[in-house]
Every structure is written in C-alpha cells, then in structure tokens.
Write a protein that binds this ligand. Structure first.
Ligand code: ZN
Length: 595
C-alpha cells in the first residue's frame, strides 16, 4: 500500500514537473539554439499557434495558400481583441503590418517578431505599447522558398546555420511582384492589404554589399515619391525618434545606400527611390509609410535579430504615441490622391539621383584594393576590426525623369484581361462598359521597342519610347473604365503609364502589340509603289532625299519597299500602339459612368 502511494506520488510529481516545464518553456527556437538557428515552417506555425492559444490578445489565422499549398500565416495582436480591420480602425488603432521572410534566407524578422510577441503576450512586456497599436505579423511570407532549407543558401551571410531560399516555388522573387502580382503569395497579400489597409508597413531583410559598421540600414521614402505631408512626417517625426532610440541602444542606423562605384566608399553614397514592384515602394504608392530594414549580412545573426527586435519596439512606441497624427495624415493623403487637385499637377513616375550631394559622416571600415592575381579584377579587402568614419558625399537628391498629367480615367479594352484582373485584385474601382462606345482618347505609340534578351522574373520585359497620340477608338462592351478619383490613383498610374518603372507595359502585359502580323509580297509592292508615284509624284522626291541621307536604307531593297508600304492604308494601325486609353475630359467620364 505504502509502496503504491509512493509510486503514484512519483508519477504525479513526474507528470507535474514535465507539464510545468512544458508550459513555462516559452523560449523561441532561435533562443534555444544559440541564437544562430531559425525554425522551420512547421515549428514556426506550431509556436505561433501556441502563443495565440495562450493569450486572448493574439489571434492566429491564415490569409491564403502558397503555390505548394502551404498556409500563409498571420498573427494579429490587439490587446482588446480587435481582430478585424473594422474593429481596429474604428478603435483608432494604428495598424502596423510587419512582414518577415519575403526572402527566407534573411529570416531576422521572423525570429525577432516571435520573440517580441512572446515577450508581450507571455511575459507582459511592452504591453503599454498596445494602447493604440494593432500589430499584424507575417512570420514567413515566402513559405515555399522557406522550406528549400539548407546551409548553402546565402554565400555571403554570417548565420543562421540553415535558412530558406530567396525565391518562391516557381522561382519568382516576391519582392519584385508587388504590382504585377504573378504569384499566389502576392495575390493573397494584396487582398490582405486591401482588407486591412495598414497604416504603417515594415519589411525585414538582410542585405549583401560592401562592409561597414552599421548592423542596420533602412529605407523610408523621403525623396519626393510620396505624398508630401506623410513624407514630412517620416523625415521630421518618425526618423529622428527611431534613429535616436537605436543609437541609444548601440545600433546606429543609416539610410540604405550603395556606393556610387561598386564596393568603393570613397566614390560616395547614392540612394535610389523604390519603385512599386518592391514592398516599400508599393506601400508608398498606397499612401502608407513603408520602412525597409536591411540588416548587414556580415554582422552576427543575433545582432541582426536584436536590432530588428528593437526597431519593432521603437516603432510601436512611436506609433502608440502618434496614432492620431499618422491616421489623420494617411486619411488626408488618401483624400488628396482622389481629388481633382491631384490630377492638376504633373505626377512623377520615375527618379534618378542627381549630381547634387551633401557631405555626411559614414561609419565605414578600413579597406584596401589589391589587384587580384586570380581574377585580374580589383579585390576589395575590408578590415572590419578597423572602424573609420568617412566624410563622403551622399547623392540623395532625386530628379524626376518621367512624369505625366494624370487623366480623369483610363479605359482598358475588354480583351486585355490580365491588366484588368490584376488591377481588380489591387482593389481598384472600375466600371464595365455596358455597350460598345467610340471615344476620343489620349494614348501612346511605342517607338524604339526592345525586349529583354534574358528572362526577368519569368517575363520578357519591354523598353521603349512613348509618343503621345490623340485618337478616336472603339471600345467594346465589357471594357474597363477606371476613374482616377479614387485613393489608389497612384497605383493605377504606376500600372498603366507605360514609362513607369514597374508598369504593366514594362512587365510585358502588352508585348503582343509589338509584333507585326501582316506583310507585303515584294512583287506586289513593286507594282503598287509605281502606282503610288504616278498618283503622287512628290513621293519620288522624298524617296530620293531619304536614299541620300540613309546609306543603310539605300542598300536595303526590302526597307525601300517597306517605306512605300508604310504609306499605304494597309499598314497595321494597331502595331506598336498602346491599347489603353486616357480620358482627359471629366464630362465624358461622368457620362460614361453615369455619375
Ligand atoms: Zn532581402
């Protein structure tokens, strides 16, 4: 009897001990593995669900499935249980969206975010930051690439021991896919964005590039490509606060820059404006601050994670305090973008750094250049133990290299389904024509067209010059009329203005218009050309001039006949013509939409 009691007590104690260890063990995988290892997908999901089960403040859900049918995880943190966008926005909360592992070889955001959520919901730390902030955390965005897991996925990088792969299961880089949305992951993300309308966005990475002292560099649009009041807020409110806090924590930050001459600090620093194919460029064109974090590949993994963790905390600190000011600015920017006034000024599409610079102190490291006996090239040897502050020029001032006057509406003929459906995915408001219409529109003719020789994100991209044209065109029933008096007008313009850096035309949505599909027989053209000269003798004189001026032309019989062909009515009127129309007349737009 006594023995039995002892035995059952032992069992009870063993059971009690095990269960208490299990429930108290809230170490993340990363913490439990020397801070140099990152959890696989299954472990990440299991830990996320465990956290959510343990706290009424945290909700686990999925916002769709990847190409390989993995769930795309989302954690929603709100101390009042506002787990819908309606509830969170109505309560005046700033919705902060944090994305991790869009490049799974750079999983800092996942490990920092899981640690932070654990500290908040289990240890009760930082809870005060949730008064006015709702956090949406995507621990792994590129879930399929994440499971292409191994030690050899990032040749330059200092940890973690194993990691995922940059691209997704169909070898596309999700951080080029924000506007064209070719991948299932991005399509689900865009719907998530549209549903939640986050107020502030953070995308977490580790970067390659020359060595320097900073563990973290960042990009936040303050260079002229964002609504100006929001841009001011980023530059003069958010950045000074966050930069100061990071410096106090021992992690001074610097803007994400490249050297003007590859690897060479003395050549100076330059900044590029992010186009909307990239995460933070997309956020910017949606009138939301988008903070890109780039921790440096050579810094130890735990430092990269810690600096990311601290950035999340300090961002929440600031947003918790400034929720009202940010939400007011975001709402005003949305309203302004939809206004008539927005269409009365030129809209910048593309930028380039100018030769105008400011001198800055940049915390670099000593380096020397050796001529390589192996490759014959310059071998940059950085000495990370020898920090040095360079006073060098920073070329951050941007000039606009392409801009347009925005129309009242765009009209896309019904047959260009990819363009229409992709815009619909972005939540763009559009009207479908109920009957065929004939309209006066502005559009473009493409010249100097060339297509990329190598594949670019699975596509053949196009480069060209655009010449504006005014034409009367037929638009069949079902064509999409896209009014510009909407909050997403910047996204629409970036998609539909061909010269924009991430435009649908650039990505090859309209490549078929570059193909000529009817040809003349030379013997037919020989006769027809003679007839044409008979009817219009001036042709002969013009041909003479052309022959004298252009030797290549003069020695190419086919080109000479083609010159005549191009002056016949048989020439294809739609070859190299942009099918999308720009409607400039507000009355016409109103008539078409019945508004
Ligand atoms: Zn990256």
């Amino acid at each position: 009897m006594l023995k039995n009691i002892l035995h059952s007590t032992t069992i009870f104690l063993v059971f009690f001990f095990c269960s208490s260890v299990a429930s108290d063990n809230w170490q993340t995988w990363y913490e439990a593995h020397n801070k140099n290892s990152t959890p696989r997908y299954d472990e990440t999901i299991a830990f996320s669900k465990r956290l959510a089960d343990a706290s009424p403040m945290l909700h686990y859900t999925s916002f769709g499935q990847s190409h390989q049918l993995r769930d795309l995880p989302l954690l929603i943190l709100d101390k009042d249980g506002h787990f819908t966008p309606e509830a969170a926005h109505e309560a005046g909360k700033v919705v902060l969206m944090v994305m991790a592992a869009i490049h799974p070889g750079e999983p800092v955001g996942k490990d920092a975010g899981l640690e932070l959520l654990r500290d908040i919901v289990i240890h009760g730390e930082h809870e005060d930051l949730l008064e006015n902030v709702t956090l949406l955390f995507i621990p792994i965005f590129n879930v399929d690439g994440h499971e292409r897991f191994g030690p050899y996925n990032r040749i330059n990088q200092n940890g973690p021991e194993k990691m995922g792969w940059r691209t997704n299961a169909i070898n596309l880089n999700l951080n080029r896919d924000f506007l064209k949305a070719d991948t299932k992951e991005m399509q689900h993300f865009i719907q998530l964005w549209d549903h939640w309308q986050p107020d502030f966005f953070i995308d977490t990475h580790s970067t390659n590039g020359a060595d320097y002292q900073y563990t973290m560099t960042y990009m936040l649009e303050i260079f002229g490509n964002m609504e100006e009041n929001l841009s001011d807020w980023c530059e003069n409110e958010f950045l000074p606060f966050w930069e100061k806090r990071m410096k106090e924590d021992g992690y001074p930050v610097f803007s994400y820059v490249t050297y003007r001459r590859w690897h060479d600090p003395r050549s100076g620093l330059q900044t590029r404006v992010a186009p909307p194919a990239l995460s933070t460029g997309y956020a910017t064109q949606r009138n939301r601050p988008g903070l890109l974090l780039e921790t440096h590949m050579l810094k130890p993994y735990h430092k990269r994670v810690e600096s990311t963790y601290l950035t999340l905390v300090h961002t929440m600190e600031f947003l918790n305090r400034e929720n009202y000011s940010l939400k007011t600015l975001v709402a005003a920017a949305d309203e302004k973008t939809a206004s008539t006034m927005f269409r009365s000024l030129p809209f910048p599409l593309d930028f380039e750094a100018t030769d105008d610079s400011v001198m800055v102190d940049f915390k670099g490291v000593e380096y020397r250049i050796k001529e390589s006996s192996l490759s014959g090239g310059d071998w940059f040897i950085y000495d990370s133990d020898k920090p040095i502050t360079y006073e060098i020029p920073w070329f951050k001032k941007q000039e606009v290299t392409a801009q347009v006057m925005l129309p009242e509406a765009y009209i896309i003929p019904v047959q260009w389904t990819e363009a229409i459906e992709t815009l619909a995915l972005h939540g763009i408001i559009m009207h479908r024509l109920e009957e065929d219409v004939r309209l006066q529109v502005e559009s473009y003719r493409f010249e100097d067209v060339s297509l990329s020789q190598s594949v670019n994100e699975g596509r053949q991209t196009a480069s060209f010059q655009t010449v504006p044209v005014q034409e009367t065109r037929n638009f069949p029933a079902g064509s999409a009329l896209i009014p510009m008096n909407q909050e997403s007008a910047r996204i629409i313009a970036h998609a539909l203005e061909p010269q924009a850096p991430s435009s649908f035309a650039y990505w090859g949505f309209f490549n078929s218009v570059f193909q000529r599909t009817e040809y003349f027989e030379s013997y037919v053209m020989e006769e027809m050309a003679r007839e044409m000269i008979k009817e219009d003798p001036s042709l002969e004189k013009r041909l003479e001039i052309k022959l004298q001026q252009d030797a290549d032309f003069a020695s190419n019989p086919r080109a000479i006949l083609n010159w005549f062909y191009e002056q016949t009515p048989y020439v294809d009127q739609k070859h190299n013509v942009y099918p999308v129309g720009r409607i400039m007349d507000p009355d016409l737009m109103e008539r078409l939409t019945g508004q």
